[in-house]
Design a protein around this ligand. Sequence first.
Ligand code: SF4
Length: 508
Amino acid sequence: MLPAFRESVIQLITRTSTDLPPDVRAAMGRAVGSEEPGTRAGQAIAIIAQNIDQAASCEGPICQDTGMPTFEVKTPVGANQIWMRQEIREAVAEATRRGKLRPNSVDSITGENTGNNLGPGTPIVHFDQWERPDIEIKLILKGGGCENTNAQYALPTELDHLGRADRSLDGVRKCVLHAVWKAQGKGCSPGAVGVCIGGDRTSGYTHAKEQLFRTLDDVNPDERLRPLEDAIMEEANRLAVGPMGFSGRTSLIGCKIGALNRLPASFFVSVAYDCWAFRRLGIRVDAASGAITSWLYRDGDAPSTPLLAPDAVAAGFPRTGREIALSAPISEEQIRSLKVGDVVLVSGRVFTGRDAVHAHLMKHEPPVDLRGGVLYHCGPVVAKQGSGWRVTAAGPTTSIREEPYQAEIIKRYGVRVVIGKGGMGAKTLAGLEQSGAVYLNAIGGAAQFYARCIERVDGVSLMEFGTPEAMWHLEVRDFPAIVTMDAHGASLHKDVEEASGQVLETLR
Ligand code: SF4
């Protein structure tokens, strides 16, 4: 068999998880240049850029959510695909052991994490044959936050702000704009969309995701779709959703559209949204040895060009002098003095909690005292270090999933600060006002940046839920985030959604 094959796949996974491809870096570089320094969007994009450079230089995951590993493999006729699939699975398990992938494969019925990213349906591996003598493996790591913002439309349909979308390219345009608007910052904007016109419900989504294997700067070979991609890029950025939904100039860094034939009765438009942490790479492999012969999407093994100068990365969070320090336990008075738009620096004890913890707290007392405390929606990548732990990636996860529980947990246990990303809904907003608490939006995907704000891990509770779902006790220093929902009923997310909705009206 191919002795170097497994290690080649491990290298592919490692590079994909830790270093963005040049076309995505170039698009993010333009986004950095387009946002005004010192604004919310400017500070958010500066953290994202620092995070991208930090991840590449330390070979750490760009985002703690290393996503659903999806491999597209082309092999020469007659190659043993059964063996290759098994080797790819072993490589995924090994990359997970090495901390390049977070354990992300969960039994859908019991909720149990398999711990190694292997299970029914994970990883996704598609094989195809081609008439070349070598093997090509492409990989995309697409996280849950952006996957949850995918959308599928059946035309004709009525869309908020845009009116009727007919079975035409203009109808497609409206659907994609609607999907970008609906995603707001929940998918960690600025993002990129892969779109499929047609197919059926299943093949449409698959083909939409396949579009994300195109480079952001390529030109659509279909002349009918090229102007549509350009129009959507221009109009989507007029929405001013901006980085993390904070409002700003860059909402979309790429739009790639393909088409499949459809049944006469159906007309689907499927949209696959990928976040700024757009991790996609590929390799060509020698079919006799399994060794890498070349990289796709990047220039061999050469180090990536940093987005920022080294002193800008070393300087850390770009402060304006208006930042407010918060340290747990936090009083109600402190909380009520905060307003939407304030930038805060959190220090002291923070507890992580995501889906399993929230469901648990609805039925059981918390394992720690949460009064005056900070609850961080985060599923970190944590490595054992001696008898303790070290966090290697710790960005926020999408908060809206906790909407059914959050207000009740805040009220019952006296939580004062919730940190997450993408914002929460009306029930939580009312709960914040009633109980005297705030929601802070951290920068989604900035896993390396935030890992450096964690001074130590002081303990862990509810470890039976698995590493990402456990409740980690973290000691943080100067952890920056923005008040996007305050204790006075104000929500930046609501404001930006409404303002961008008004722009959408002009694009009917
Ligand atoms: S950057 Fe945001 S959407 Fe993307 S994988 Fe990370 S947390 Fe999820």
